[in-house]
Design a binder for this molecule. Structure first.
Ligand code: PGA
Length: 255
């Protein structure tokens, strides 16, 4: 059985007080309402990671995650946060390659491969984001484009290490736009990526990889998306800022 994962990406939102309220609400609702088979990750700004982690009961299914990390271990990179730093404060999940990082900070597939290597080397779980722009989809090249993102950033890994990756497919045209991919569009991409993984590794490896969907996932469309055979979870932006919505999404897996 693949892991069910609902990850929130808070992006650059919330003051400390607001962040603590949101995290507390998520934790309390999750304990009361969300099945322990669903892994919940709150992707908070770096500055709140430790404070949010302190609120989370140890040994459960709720985690705090970072939204980025640097591709070098240490050094003269003013303002950056390294993988060993995150590890040293007990962070287990890190989002890498979000389309906003790719677009605004010019992160490319080769640099993301380095981040992934570091995270795996430090025993952490990369939530690796991929996804195409509207232009690429309109040109009909979306499947090949996203397959290539996996090839260039992940396919150098051994099968054993590849199994530690979580993939998040996020079509850029659906992020923050309110326009979600249809469940059929999500399933087509997820199935294509799983086949691509099976071709590079084995079907057994491919069957173990959780592939999350992201892009305007909300309580009113989550159950349809999560009902698809190859959609194993969600990466949630806007709706992760409202505890009720985030928890309702986590409760949307088919019974
Ligand atoms: P959204 O963001 O849910 O607000 O569309 C998703 C993401 O950027 O991960």
């Amino acid at each position: 059985m693949r892991k069910k994962i609902i990850a929130g990406n808070w992006k650059m939102n919330k003051t400390q007080e607001e962040a603590m309220v949101l995290a507390s609400e998520v934790i309390h609702m999750a304990q009361d309402e969300v099945d322990s088979s669903v892994i919940l990750v709150m992707g908070t700004p770096f500055i709140y990671l430790q404070a949010v982690k302190k609120l989370i009961p140890a040994g459960g299914h709720i985690f705090v995650g970072a939204q980025n990390c640097h591709s070098e271990v240490s050094g003269a990179f003013t303002g950056e946060v390294s993988v060993p730093m995150l590890r040293s404060v007990g962070i287990e999940y890190v989002i890498v390659g979000h389309s906003e990082r790719r677009e605004y900070f010019k992160e490319d597939n080769a640099q993301l491969a380095k981040k992934v290597d570091l995270l795996i080397g430090y025993g952490m779980t990369p939530l690796f984001c991929c996804g195409e722009s509207l232009e690429i989809r309109k040109a009909g090249n979306h499947l090949d484009f996203v397959k290539n993102q996996l090839t260039e950033s992940l396919f150098h890994l051994s099968a054993q290490d590849f199994e530690k990756i979580v993939i998040a497919y996020e079509p850029i045209w659906a992020i923050g736009t309110g326009e979600t991919a249809t469940s059929a569009q999500a399933q087509e991409m997820h199935q294509t990526l799983r086949k691509h993984i099976a071709h590079q590794y084995t079907q057994t490896v491919a069957d173990k990889i959780s592939i999350l969907y992201g892009g305007s996932m909300k309580p009113n469309n989550a159950s349809e998306l999560l009902a698809e055979a190859d959609v194993d979870g969600g990466l949630i932006g806007g709706a992760s800022l409202i505890a009720r919505d985030f928890i309702d999404i986590a409760k949307s897996y088919p019974a």
